[in-house]
Design a protein around this ligand. Structure first.
Ligand code: NAP
Length: 299
């Protein structure tokens, strides 16, 4: 169920839960609560946020704050909670990218929304080519020194700045715990660009986001576009992604899965977990059923 995160002391569940979609004010609170509780009750100890998750941005963290108070407070030490800053969160010049000003303010806001004293993991959500990386990285180091985060992570940074970050953080006694990158059967950049290998060699964990390509690598779109699906919103997942080639690929996966008793989603998740150096897959879910299906990959 759990894998060591790189060469750290931290164990993470092979399947972790992400709160990007389905946990904001645009989703029914009781459904979000049921998914979150099901996850924790089935060993999913890692919940992943960013400042801007949910509609409106921040509402996923705020709803989780309510869950902390109502359900999870007694279990705080059994949970590994991450958040991030990097993308646009508030107006003006201090509400995005990688300045110390933005990262520190954003982390304070996240803690307030989630009603937490600290997060287990704080990420730089994206590389900022216009801010000296020392400024961004020192903000991460200082977040740990101030007791607001226990570990630090990097998400979506290209390989060269990632290498520099690894050195900087090591030299400041806050080693990089984990890299969060998009990896799934349809998007293999972290493998192709050498990021996964680099993390493995350096003892840095790797967590794969959008492991189901936002639902493309499931049975969700086999027979059309369901009205309640992410694709129906035509926002982050466009209907043009549902091509005849994709459907052929899904039918192949379906046939392959039948031989091993796995669903398409389980085939897709297992493929990632089989890659050397992957610590965890970070799934999303709009129902308990979906999460249950995904967790069966590792049961
Ligand atoms: N660091 C970054 O820049 C970054 C970027 C993106 C995501 N993330 C993280 O990764 C997490 C997961 O991302 P994601 O939501 O794109 O992940 P995903 O697991 O690839 O997609 C989740 C969606 O797939 C569908 N689905 C999931 N399980 C299913 C199943 N068993 N059968 C059928 N459909 C299923 C659901 O779509 P419907 O909603 O349509 O039902 C669900 O919302 C996020 O919550 C976030 O924590 C990080």
């Amino acid at each position: 169920m759990y894998t060591r995160c790189g060469k750290s002391g931290v164990l993470l569940p092979k399947v972790s839960l992400g709160f990007w979609h389905n946990f904001g004010d645009d989703a029914p609170f009781e459904r979000s609560r049921a998914i979150t509780r099901y996850a924790f009750d089935h060993g999913v100890t890692h919940f992943d946020f960013a400042n801007n998750y949910g509609v409106p941005g921040g509402s996923a963290e705020a709803n989780f704050g309510r869950l902390m108070d109502e359900d999870f407070r007694p279990y705080r030490d059994e949970l590994f909670i991450s958040t991030k800053a990097g993308y646009g969160m508030w107006d003006g010049p201090y509400g995005e990218w990688g300045s110390r000003k933005y990262l520190m303010s954003s982390l304070d806001q996240s803690l307030k929304r989630m009603r937490l004293e600290y997060v287990d993991l704080f990420y730089s959500h994206r590389y900022d080519p216009d801010t000296p990386i020392e400024e961004t990285l020192q903000a991460l180091v200082d977040a740990v020194r101030m007791g607001k985060a226990l570990y630090v992570g990097i998400s979506n940074w290209p390989l060269e700045p990632l290498k520099a970050a690894t050195e900087y953080l090591k030299a400041h006694d806050v080693p990089l715990l984990i890299y969060q990158g998009r990896l799934n059967m349809l998007n293999r950049e972290p493998i192709e660009e050498g990021i996964l290998d680099f993390c493995r060699e350096q003892g840095i964990g790797f967590i794969a986001y959008s492991p189901l390509a936002q639902g493309l690598l499931t049975d969700r779109y086999l027979n059309g576009i369901p009205a309640n699906s992410r694709m129906a919103q035509e926002n982050f997942l466009k209907s043009e992604r549902r091509t005849p080639e994709l459907l052929d690929y899904l039918h192949q996966l379906e046939a392959q899965g039948k031989a091993s008793g796995r669903t398409i989603a389980q085939e897709a998740l297992q493929w990632i977990l089989d890659q050397k150096g992957v610590t965890s897959v970070l799934v999303g879910a709009s129902s308990v059923e979906q999460l249950k299906n995904n967790l069966q990959t590792i049961q």
